[in-house]
Design a protein around this ligand. Structure first.
Ligand SMILES: *[C@@H]1O[C@H](CO)[C@@H](O)[C@H](O)[C@H]1NC(C)=O
Ligand SMILES: *[C@@H]1O[C@H](CO)[C@@H](O)[C@H](O)[C@H]1NC(C)=O
Ligand SMILES: *[C@@H]1O[C@H](CO)[C@@H](O)[C@H](O)[C@H]1NC(C)=O
Ligand SMILES: *[C@@H]1O[C@H](CO)[C@@H](O)[C@H](O)[C@H]1NC(C)=O
Ligand SMILES: *[C@@H]1O[C@H](CO)[C@@H](O)[C@H](O)[C@H]1NC(C)=O
Length: 308
């Protein structure tokens, strides 16, 4: 009971303020179709579904299921915009609008009456058809064959008559540059300068919910990069050099290990000799120290060091 009461309050509130609780915003493009879901899995015999459309302050009933009878109101005077475009699912009550145009922007409200009353609303925003961007030669340069190989190509990506879009240049998946417009409908252009072309460049025009892409063809407008093949040659050379270095390291360590083993074998024989040499060194140091210390101070200390 209390649930019904709360919903009723919200329903009233909506009528006053124009703000609806639980409103789903849906963006679509002209020509698209959209299904507004009731989230009912299966309507019961006595369930009632009511769809209304509101634009400005006028609200009209557009579809209904009542006592299992489906009614579509698309031929009333102010529902002309929906003629032949509405379909309601008898099982779920979900409403499908096909071949959408700008006139279908607005608020769609749903009432589900099945013991209680449930409300949902969908705010439909219809965007102009998005056509693929056009890539053209910015400077109207001479054709590729007449162009000197040093010359860059200057490209321009354009989208005509657009609003609320972002226009971007991509190389592979990384963004090179982009430009955005808000609401007003204008023509957008974004330049790109290239020394040469491989086939990974693309221009994307995008709404927040959908985009259109034009890939830059290798054959038109720009010289193909001469190092398209040498790139793989470069990779091959790096691989070969790495392999050589690896071999070098392996053989070097093999030599070192061999030497170490030999040294170990002869270590015992030479140990005594090494000790003698060390001892001799120490004596030499002592002598030198004694030579340089003409003042004759701290001589005992040096001696101590030398015989350690
Ligand atoms: C809704 O209001 C706008 C201006 O606020 C007006 O241009 C438009 O014609 C109105 N639409 C309807 C169906 O009354
Ligand atoms: C741009 O859009 C307006 C209306 O939105 C239309 O009248 C005009 O023909 C369009 N121009 C182009 C070049 O598509
Ligand atoms: C060609 O384009 C590159 C950047 O892609 C730029 O650094 C270079 O200065 C340009 N060269 C000429 C001659 O415009
Ligand atoms: C374009 O749309 C697809 C999905 O439709 C998305 O995966 C991709 O990231 C979008 N690209 C851009 C640049 O927005
Ligand atoms: C790209 O080039 C191919 C052939 O080289 C051509 O069939 C295709 O139409 C071109 N696409 C564009 C967008 O220019």
């Amino acid at each position: 009971m209390s649930y019904t009461f709360v919903c009723f309050c919200l329903w009233l509130l909506d009528g006053v303020s124009g703000v609806y609780s639980d409103e789903t915003v849906i963006s679509v493009m002209e020509g698209d179709s959209i299904t507004l879901n009731t989230d009912v899995t299966e309507l019961q015999k006595d369930d009632q579904i009511l769809w209304t459309f509101r634009l400005n302050s006028s609200e009209t009933r557009i579809a209904e299921i009542y006592k299992q009878i489906v009614s579509i109101y698309d031929n009333k005077e102010n529902n002309e915009r929906f003629r032949g475009r509405l379909k309601i699912d008898e099982q779920t009550g979900s409403l499908t609008i096909t071949n959408i145009n700008k006139l279908h922007s607005g608020l769609y409200k749903l009432q589900i009456i099945n013991g209680g009353v449930k409300h949902k609303s969908f705010s439909l925003a219809v965007y102009a058809l998005l056509t693929v961007p056009v890539i053209s030669d910015f400077l109207q340069n001479p054709s590729v064959s007449e162009r000197s190989s040093e010359q860059n190509c200057s490209l321009l990506c354009s989208a005509v008559n657009v609003s609320a879009v972002t226009l971007s240049w991509y190389k592979g998946n990384s963004l090179l540059s982009s430009i955005s417009v808000s609401d007003l409908s204008i023509s957008l252009s974004l330049p790109l300068e290239l020394e040469c072309l491989d086939d990974s460049y693309s221009c994307v025009v995008a709404y927040s919910f959908i985009n259109r892409t034009t890939h830059l063809n290798t054959t038109d407008l720009c010289q193909t990069c001469p190092d398209g093949q040498s790139e793989s040659v470069k990779h091959l050379m790096i691989a070969v050099i790495t392999l050589l270095l690896l071999l070098l390291v392996i053989s070097a360590s093999a030599v070192m290990m061999f030497n170490r083993r030999r040294r170990k074998q002869s270590a015992q024989e030479t140990r005594t000799t090494v000790e003698e040499v060390d001892y001799t060194d120490a004596i030499i140091t002592t002598n030198r120290a004694q030579d340089s210390e003409t003042n004759g101070q701290n001589q005992t200390e040096y001696s101590e060091v030398s015989f350690r």
